[in-house]
Design a protein around this ligand. Structure first.
Ligand SMILES: Cc1cc2nc3c(=O)[nH]c(=O)nc-3n(C[C@H](O)[C@H](O)[C@H](O)COP(=O)(O)O)c2cc1C
Length: 175
């Protein structure tokens, strides 16, 4: 697990090679296995592989999604806030699971925030819902881009052990 977490980077540049159906299935099934508050599973996923639609999603926010225009696959994560008050946590877990599943397959992926973000003339959620025919009652948490990375990031990750306390906040766990 630690090795996968160390290996995972946000990869935003992909080749034009499609990800196999088998690998897309693997990632989606991993996401569907995610835990959720009270086991409500208040999420659903839209796999977008229509390149025209993906290019449109690249404009779903003012910044931070433009790289999608050269992406082959995007999984959009929606949540039903009327089904669970933990929908944000639940949907976030699925995105992270998808991110890690992609890493285990040596695929590149990147999380794109949609909730609380703005497109040019409307909020990002409204934009994405309109483009993908998502019912208005659902929320759009974010998206996961997936592809074969042009170049695998080799950056070494470090951990800040000063963020861990023992029993009382401020008492360092790691001396
Ligand atoms: C909640 C969340 C929202 C993010 N939103 C975006 C985004 O909209 N666009 C983007 O390019 N990257 C986004 N990222 C990726 C982060 O920028 C990235 O994870 C962070 O810089 C650390 O880099 P790393 O993932 O390579 O370790 C997001 C990540 C998280 C966890």
């Amino acid at each position: 697990m630690k090795e996968i977490l160390k290996k995972r980077h946000s990869e935003r540049k992909y080749t034009t090679e499609k990800v196999s159906k088998e690998n897309i299935d693997y990632i989606l099934e991993c996401m569907l296995l995610s835990p959720s508050g009270k086991n409500k599973n208040p999420w659903e996923f839209i796999l977008v592989n229509d390149l025209k639609l993906i290019k449109t999603l690249a404009d779903s926010k003012k910044a931070g999604a433009k790289f999608l225009k050269d992406t082959q696959h995007v999984i959009v994560v929606v949540g039903d806030e009327s089904a669970s008050d933990t929908w944000i946590e639940d949907a976030s877990i699925t995105l992270m699971v998808g991110h890690l599943a992609a890493t285990t397959l040596e695929l590149g992926s990147c999380w794109i925030q949609t909730r609380n973000r703005e497109a040019e003339n409307e909020d990002s959620e409204t934009y994405v819902k309109r483009v993908l025919s998502i019912p208005n009652r659902l929320r759009v948490l974010g998206m996961l881009s997936i592809g074969h990375p042009v170049q695998v990031t080799e950056k070494e990750k470090s951990v800040n052990k000063g963020k861990v306390f023992l029993n009382h906040y401020g008492k360092a766990f790691y001396g």
